[in-house]
Design a protein around this ligand. Sequence first.
Ligand SMILES: N[C@@H](CCC(=O)N[C@@H](CS)C(=O)NCC(=O)O)C(=O)O
Length: 206
Amino acid sequence: MFLYYAPNACSLVVHIALEEAAATYELIRVDFANKGQRAPEFLAKNPLGRVPVLETEHGLLTEVPAILTYISLAYPDAKLGTFDPYMAARLASFQAFLSSTVHVTFAHYFRPERWADDECARKAISLKAVNTYAQNFRMIEEHWFVGPWVMGDHFTTADPYLYLMARWLSRIGLSVSSFPRIEQHLRQMSARPSVIRTLKQEELEQ
Ligand SMILES: N[C@@H](CCC(=O)N[C@@H](CS)C(=O)NCC(=O)O)C(=O)O
C-alpha cells in the first residue's frame, strides 16, 4: 500500500490512522513546492491533483473520510471505527462536517483563487474565512466533542481528523487556547506514539 502525502496536509490524518492500524505501507511525498500535485503521473492517480491518495491492493482511494472508512474496516483489530449503527452514522456525520465545512473554510483562507478571480474579492474571502473557521471550532467545542475523545471513551478516526484541523488553527492566525476542550484533545493526541511517529516521518514539529 502507498500513501501519497504532503507534510502537514490533510494526508496527515490518513498517515496517523495507518500508524494506529499498524498497517504496512510506504510513503510517497508529493512535492507541492514544485507543483508535484499537477504532474501528469500524480494526476493519473487523482485528477483533482490533491493528496491524500491511498493506493491499495484493490485500487486507488481519495477523499479523507472514505480512506478513513477503508482503514477502519480493513484493520478491525485497531477498532478505529464502530459497528454500532447510530455511532457509525455519528462518526460519518462528524467526518463529513470536517471535510465539507471545516476543511473547505481553511481552503477559503489559503486558496481563495478557487472562488474568485478578482484580487480584492480574494482578500475578502480569506479574511472572512478566519471568523468562519473560529465559528466552526466553537461548534465542535460546544456541540460535537464528547470527550475525552471526539466520540466519547472510544478513540476513532475522527480523532486524528480533528487533531489536524486543530493544528491548522495557528496557521490561520487563531489560538487553540480559545477552545479549552479541543486544546486538551490536542495535548492528548500529541502524546500518542502514532502521532509522534507520524510527525517524525513527515519532519514536522509537535
Ligand atoms: N476533499 C479532499 C480534500 C483534499 C485536499 O484539499 N488536499 C489538499 C491538501 S490538504 C491538496 O492536496 N491541495 C493541493 C492543491 O490544492 O493544489 C479530501 O478530503 O481528501
